[in-house]
Design a protein around this ligand. Structure first.
Ligand code: HSE
Length: 426
């Protein structure tokens, strides 16, 4: 029977889950796959964990060098997150011919290409199913299941924390901060939750997915990113009145053969679309392929057991002698479209003084920028003489809406910064 010696680095919630489930399933894996997964070394910088987790001093270390320099270890599982020293761990392991499993989305989003080059130069392998959407096997699906297809668009709800917050605000009418507090308590927010709510966690994951789907590594600087921290209960309510819901969407889609749009932002979608019913901490990825047509992947995008499932599936994948499709199709994408050049529909909420001529002023500026209005509703007065006016636009260019709103927000009739949210007809 083949034996695989594993070095596990990082004993957070996921690392501990790997230890526990691997020991529970070791016999089952032996029987089913004829391979013995042996935890040879475990590393965490917190020395107290050795006793707490009842680990033998022979296998526990606080120094990652003892894992990556150990010639007996075949697979290194990196679960510490962040860029440093994770990058060092991943690169040095690959350089010494070890296989690597990582869940590190921030590192991959930044250094995917150089990591793959090191792997290929050393004929070593890297797997990262757990880096995107926890338990949903989206990476394997894109890499293998859809290897014959041409993907035209990929649209996902890929941050559980933001989706949880928006769902709670929509369903229970609670405030952004109440919902965030609850997400933190439940443990699916990042250690730094601004990564979740400002959209960067989604952007990291989208960079990885876009690479798999389109063969183009898109750096964070080329992804338009806007989070959910400015979404107010008022906009959620007005959206509902229009039959729309707000979701934080990560979007990668082709504008034509060589041009890709890659963006993360709150988006209004029809309440009838399947993505609208993805609630709470769940994730979903909606893919359109040339041959396969529409696909929807749905499941738990965070949490100990779903993420462990993804990591162990990578382990099993690496245990096969056969070379699985070793990444990745070369894409045709030559250009990433800037948000200013992307055409989209928008929801706009102005807070204006309620007096004659106000709408004429606003619509005059919009008209000069060739922004065509699809509908306008004046809502109930808030306080003093201030009223919200909600507009939906037809497709307009990003630059036009940006410049028009900058001009409108300088008018004396505008009493608060105008809110603007993308709208997609999926
Ligand atoms: N903070 C992440 C989320 C965890 O909320 O989706 C999984 O990557």
């Amino acid at each position: 029977m083949k034996k695989i010696n594993i070095g596990l680095i990082g004993l957070g919630v996921i690392g501990r889950g790997v230890l526990r489930i691997l020991s529970q399933k070791r016999k089952f894996f032996k029987k089913r796959y004829n391979v013995d997964f042996n935890i040879a070394k475990v590393c965490d910088k917190n020395p107290k964990l050795r006793k707490k987790l009842n680990l033998s001093p022979k296998i526990f270390t606080t120094k990652f060098q003892e894992v990556i320099n150990n010639d007996n270890i075949n697979v290194v599982i990196e679960l510490i997150g962040g860029i440093n020293p994770a990058r060092d761990i991943v690169l040095r392991s690959l350089n010494s011919g070890k296989s690597v499993i990582t869940a590190n989305k921030a590192l991959l989003a930044q250094d995917l290409l150089s990591i793959l080059k090191v792997a290929s130069r050393n004929k070593s392998r890297i797997r990262f199913e757990a880096s995107v959407c926890g338990g949903i096997p989206i990476i394997k699906s894109l890499r293998e299941g859809l290897s014959a297809d041409r993907i035209d668009s990929l649209i996902g709800i890929i941050n559980g924390t933001s989706n949880y917050i928006l769902s709670k605000m929509t369903g229970e009418g609670c405030s952004f901060f109440e919902a965030l507090l609850e997400a933190k308590k439940r443990g699916f927010a990042e250690r730094n939750p601004s990564l979740d709510i400002k959209g960067f966690d989604s952007a990291h994951k989208l960079s990885i997915l876009a690479f798999l789907a389109f063969g183009k590594h898109v750096l964070q600087k080329d992804i338009f990113v806007k989070g959910i921290d400015e979404i107010s209960p008022l906009d959620i309510k007005y959206a509902r009145e229009l039959g729309l819901v707000i979701k934080l969407l990560a979007i990668a889609k082709k504008s034509n053969k060589n041009v890709l749009e890659v963006r993360v932002h709150p988006t209004l979608i029809s309440e009838d679309h399947l993505l609208a019913s993805v609630g709470g901490v769940f994730n979903a990825v909606y893919v359109k392929g040339e041959l396969v047509d529409d696909l929807l992947f749905f499941g738990k995008g965070a949490g100990q057991l779903p993420t462990v499932s993804a990591i162990l599936s990578d382990l099993i994948d690496l245990s096969y002698e056969k070379k699985s499709i070793d990444l990745f199709q070369k894409g045709l994408i030559k250009k990433i479209k800037k948000i200013d050049d992307i055409r989209s529909k928008y929801y706009i909420r102005f807070m204006v003084i309620d007096k004659p001529g106000v709408l004429a002023k606003i619509s005059g500026i919009l008209a000069r920028r060739k922004i065509s209005i699809a509908s306008v509703t004046q809502k109930e007065r808030q306080r003093a003489k201030i009223v919200p006016v909600v507009m939906l636009t037809h497709d307009v260019r990003g630059r036009d809406i940006r410049v028009a709103l900058e001009e409108i927000d300088r008018l004396a009739i505008i009493k608060k910064k105008t809110v603007v949210i993308h709208r997609e007809e999926l």
